[in-house]
Design a protein around this ligand. Structure first.
Ligand code: NDP
Length: 307
């Protein structure tokens, strides 16, 4: 049996399937010379020192679509193919983005507390909220998930605008400048990959352009938003609301974000349902099994498409 290094957690169903074809090793117990395959996830990735210590490594399967925590160029240069789980999570992550947007607009956390804390009885009707209908929604990153978000927003009659590096073949209005898009948007939804090209691209200027009535939703990577600038923008009222699934130093979330009344915070669960994780888990394992079979893979990352 081939030797697999497991980094991070897998579900029971994945474990069962993996153990049919691999001897599975944890980071605490493996012989570097024997490892030919790695299973990891978008958060843990593969540290360069681990990748460099495995002379016979052939494939890395990432349990997630974002692979910014894996040095794909270094892997490819060594002939190591990297795979991920595109498409099977589009609808779920889109639901998470819409959920955060609606939660901000309709103050779902505040009003839930209003009932639980007894304020409804003592203080009367809750203050009004804002309608999420008919808003202009700027999508930063109109890829597989960005498009799914646009589709899911149709019942709210959102006007979709977007920013990416290259214009897409869609009817939505394209902005080549993120700050200009933020100025025209009521909501900015971030759904780009992480990594150097998007590092802190949602900066103080972008948040100020979004404005006091604006809502920032981040379901991409914590690195995409300048977290200190976000805290400052919220505290000074330059930005209205923030719905966040991802953070710069996960699982650490700054106290200022936790304390702020106009934030909705999730523990990186964009794709975190039983159903979607099952689909992702199957694809992650299928890639490894296919690689064992004939050296090919089902869903290599774009950089490894020719491998
Ligand atoms: P895609 O590759 O399909 O889409 C990425 C989009 O981002 C493209 O439209 C791309 O367009 C755009 N983009 C890339 N770089 C930049 C840049 N520097 N500036 C502006 N736009 C950019 O990816 P997916 O939609 O499948 O996934 C997107 C990301 O969502 C993942 O990489 C991951 O980080 C995150 N994610 C988060 C999850 C969560 O749990 N919160 C779950 C799943 C994914 P162009 O190349 O033209 O710029």
């Amino acid at each position: 049996m081939a030797d697999l290094l497991q980094i991070g957690g897998v579900t029971e169903a994945m474990k069962v399937r993996l153990e049919v074809a691999f001897t599975v090793h944890s980071l605490e117990d493996y012989d570097p010379a024997k490892i030919t395959h790695i299973i990891t996830n978008g958060h843990d990735g593969v540290k360069p020192e681990i990748m460099n210590s495995l002379p016979n490594l052939k494939a890395i399967s990432c349990y997630g679509v974002g692979y910014d925590a894996i040095d794909v160029q270094a892997a490819k240069a060594r002939g190591v193919v990297v795979t991920h789980t595109p498409n099977v999570l589009n609808a779920e992550v889109a639901t998470t983005a819409v959920l955060l947007m609606l939660a901000c607009y309709r103050e779902i956390l505040r009003d839930d507390s209003y009932v639980r804390d007894g304020a409804w009885e003592t203080e009367g009707n809750a203050p009004l909220t804002r309608s999420a209908d008919n808003q202009t929604v700027g999508i930063l990153g109109l890829g597989r998930i960005g498009q799914a978000i646009a589709d899911k927003l149709a019942p709210w009659n959102s006007k979709i605008i977007y920013h990416t590096r290259t214009k897409k073949d869609v009817d939505y209005t394209y902005y080549d400048d993120l700050t200009a898009m933020a100025r025209d948007a009521d909501v900015l939804i971030c759904i780009t990959p992480g990594g150097p090209s998007t590092n802190k691209i949602v900066n103080a200027d972008v948040m100020e352009a979004l404005g006091a009535n604006g809502t920032l939703i981040n379901v991409s990577r914590g690195s995409v938003v300048d977290e200190n600038a976000l805290i400052k923008a919220l505290q000074t009222g330059k930005l209205g609301w923030a719905g966040l699934d991802v953070f710069e130093q996960e699982p650490k979330v700054p106290q200022a974000l936790r304390d702020h009344p106009r934030t909705v915070l999730l523990p990186h669960v964009g794709s975190g349902t039983v159903e979607t994780r099952a689909a992702m888990g199957n694809l992650t394992v299928d890639n490894l099994l296919r690689h064992l079979e004939d050296g090919k893979t089902l869903t290599p990352v774009p950089e490894c498409a020719d491998m």
